[in-house]
Design a protein around this ligand. Sequence first.
Ligand code: HEC
Length: 203
Amino acid sequence: MIYTFKLARRLIWGASFCALTACNGNSALPRSDKPANNAIAETAKASPYKPTATFQEIMDSVVDPSSDFIWGSVTTISNSTGIHEKRPHTDTEWHEIRRRAMMLAEAANLIAVPGRRVALGNKTVEIADPLKVMEIQQRIDTNYDQLVGFAGALREISLDLLAAADRKDVTAIIQLGGTLDAVCESCHKVFWYPEDARNTERK
Ligand code: HEC
């Protein structure tokens, strides 16, 4: 499950990545840090929250490492030396999973803070294609409620993972890990790479 997701991401990045210098050199491109939607801009102005990180940075700093940790905590690897199962055993190991689930649950709030930009100008993490970033930003600005809905789904599944960690329930962590992957994908398919969603529907 981890590998499918990672592979899909690599393919997307491979297709959309452009060399930083080439992207930066195009001054005719609009900047993605200007709010495209007045209603959202007004809500953001009135909000006490001041988003500092971009969406890409929240994903890169909080969401991705936390979910990777959870997925990686319960694995089964089969190779020439046999089948190797990795499972959390000690209280400390279970507590580490709980910590990551808590970070994911709170990341849902970070995602929902109004006025957060996908990327700031040329400050991108992985996607250095300003046109793609602008498109993603536009989708967020016009479907903000839907974004918040997906963030809610992330919170729910994270709280389930947290409860499973408290119960020390390996089977639940494996099952919920699969659902977590689906939640990531469902939001990405709407906001990040909807072309993929359309391709899947056609099949
Ligand atoms: C509520 C919507 C939403 C959810 C849920 C979500 N993401 Fe994202 N994610 C985004 C958006 C929007 C982007 C911005 C795409 C871009 O420009 O990189 C993004 C980008 C990313 C990136 C690329 C960041 C970069 O370096 O550019 C990674 C990695 C990522 N998400 C991982 C995850 C994982 C793992 C999960 C689930 C545990 C997840 N995301 C859940 C909306 C979401």
